[in-house]
Design a protein around this ligand. Structure first.
Ligand code: NAI
Ligand code: MG
Length: 530
């Protein structure tokens, strides 16, 4: 996978003997983590326990914020924005600060990987490559955009002088909210904080109470590197109260959200009261179409990478496998063999391929959905149960699972499991494959496996998804937009135009026909944002 020209192994999911991914077997001591509001740590009356999903053990505690903490953070953001302490800096200055923060994230990548994995269960290999590894390059992308973005441009066509002069000016919205889930809090947080700060906004982040640590660390680093008080706050608390207050707060102008489609709908509704800008990145049920000419060695590895990475807890996971009916037995046979070889166990051990899922509730939901598919006539080809892992009995585990005989009308083909569960469907013709792939409420990511790149590309154009991969998966590139069709979301994150979603657009039109031309031109020198 190409990430800013740096090659990341296609399969950090599989293969233990690569470079040392972090130090193994480190333990996290039970530390209390306060919130970060208006430039300082803020503690609260109540606390959450932070648990390691691999063992169920408490590894820390977190301040449990309230609506009052959100209000304090939003007020600090509003005040800092009005004072111009960040928005008033030049884009080059903001870019320099963001670059320094990115440098700190790069230097701390091993610590950040351990920190994130300790509470969301990501294996150390995967956390180092993705959860923490993407943080610095992605923030650097936004630092670069701050420096290159057209905050102001003249749209007059020569010859000048004309009878009017016109500019398009992009201004920060003001206070932006970022509501982030537990699966990739640091990276998904940066996808919102990065463009917001690059454009000059102040930001209030609501982290998920299960995985707050890396974004709290980011807020500390940002403060140390010169982001002024109030410009970046991080709060935690119950989603339906604290998150909902942030999403509906009258002083918040924009909400960026990643999470479930159910809550995404609620965010839209909550934002409608004051007509907020909203971007939503929601669920998926990614179809992976294997064509009859696919290189099966490559496809089998890639299909498992696409579905089993982070135990399937990724919005863009490839969880619906579409195979030609005639090739099904061979493909499934090979997949089952590879799944049996995957190593489950201590996420801190670099040899581990697959870790736990986030919670017992999520495990049970996945088991329930597998059971419902079997009731509807599907077959479990491998997995489908709770693995026996000595020492990890208190954790939330589920075996990597392949279910065959799935049809697209089954619940398992239509709802997001968010677990290591691959549903296998068959098709007879390419048209049928495209039809099944597109028959979904979701449209986040899709993929095609084929030796014929022209054929794969043509199918890719017909798939209704925000990202289509050919012969790979999880190729998220900060130079390309990411987001979904249909109920997978609204708007796009990262990519070249990422700052558009964090700015208001102004057309400044100055009539010159009746004015003293010289005076007008003097007024029209480029502003600080030019
Ligand atoms: P969720 O959508 O409930 O939570 C995401 C964030 O929204 C969290 O910070 C949560 O506290 C907050 N939140 C919850 N209710 C809210 C409300 N009424 N107003 C404002 N904020 C609110 O997702 P959860 O519970 O973590 O997972 C449920 C399902 O969502 C998963 O099984 C998966 O299918 C999907 N999901 C998708 C993700 C993605 O990357 N697109 C990430 C996480 C979950
Ligand atoms: Mg929830």
């Amino acid at each position: 996978m190409a990430e800013n020209g740096r090659q990341v192994s296609l399969l950090p999911l599989v293969g233990p003997e690569g470079p040392a991914y972090g130090r193994a077997m480190s333990t996290v001591s039970v530390t209390h983590h306060p919130l970060f509001v208006d430039g300082r740590h803020v503690d609260t009356a109540e606390r959450y326990d932070l648990r390691d999903p691999a063992t169920g053990e408490v590894v820390g505690t977190l301040a449990k914020g309230t609506v009052a903490d959100v209000d304090t953070a939003v007020e600090a953001a509003r005040r800092s924005f009005a004072a111009g302490v960040w928005a008033g800096r030049t884009p080059a200055e903001r870019s320099a600060v963001l670059s320094r923060i990115a440098g700190r994230l790069a230097a701390e990548v091993d610590d950040l990987a351990r920190l994130e994995g300790s509470v969301n269960g990501a294996t150390i290999r995967q956390a180092t490559a993705f959860h923490a590894g993407f943080a610095a390059p992605h923030l650097q992308h936004f630092a670069d955009l701050a420096a290159s973005y057209a905050f102001e441009r003249v749209i007059d066509t020569p010859p000048v002088p004309t009878l009017s002069t016109n500019r398009i000016i992009r201004e920060p919205i003001g206070v932006c909210a970022a509501i982030v889930p537990w699966n990739f809090p640091l990276v998904l947080g940066i996808w919102k904080i990065g463009p917001a700060l690059a454009a000059g906004n102040s930001v209030v982040v609501k982290v998920d109470e299960r995985a707050p640590l890396t974004l709290l660390r980011l807020a500390e680093i940002a403060h140390e590197e010169g982001v002024p008080d109030g410009v970046l706050s991080v709060v935690a608390g119950p989603g339906p109260e604290v998150g909902a207050r942030l999403a509906s707060h009258p002083d918040v102008g924009k909400v960026g959200f990643t999470g479930s489609t159910v809550v995404g709908r609620e965010i839209m509704r909550l934002g409608s009261g004051t007509v907020k800008h909203v971007t939503l990145e929601l669920g998926g049920k990614g179809p992976a179409i294997v064509l009859d000419d696919a290189d099966l060695d490559m496809a089998v590895e890639g299909i498992l990478f696409g579905c089993m990475l982070f135990s399937g807890q990724m919005c863009e996971s490839g969880t619906r496998l579409l195979v030609p009916a005639a090739g099904r037995d061979e493909i499934v046979g090979r997949l089952v063999e590879r799944v049996r070889a995957l190593r489950l166990g201590d996420p801190r051990d670099p040899a581990t391929d697959v870790g736990p899922v986030i919670s017992v509730a999520q495990r049970d939901r996945a088991l329930h959905l597998i059971g419902r598919a079997v009731d509807a006539g599907a077959t479990v080809a491998v997995g489908g149960g709770i693995p026996e892992l000595p020492g990890f009995e208190g954790g939330s585990w589920i075996e990597p699972t392949i279910v065959t005989g799935v049809t697209n009308d089954m619940e398992l083909a239509q709802v997001e499991v968010f677990g290591p569960v691959l549903a296998v469907l068959t098709y007879e013709s390419e048209d049928e494959a495209v039809g099944i792939a597109n028959d979904s409420d979701f449209g986040l990511a899709a993929g095609v496996w084929s030796r014929d790149l022209r054929r794969a590309g043509e199918i890719g154009r017909r798939l209704r998804a925000g990202t289509v991969w050919v012969n790979t998966w999880h190729g998220v590139d900060n130079n390309a937009p990411f987001g979904g069709y249909g109920q997978s979301g609204v708007g796009r994150e990262i990519g070249p135009d990422a700052l558009d979603a964090y700015t208001e657009t102004k057309h400044l039109h100055v009539d010159l026909s009746r004015s003293a031309g010289e005076q007008i031109f003097a007024l029209l020198q480029p502003g600080p944002g030019a």
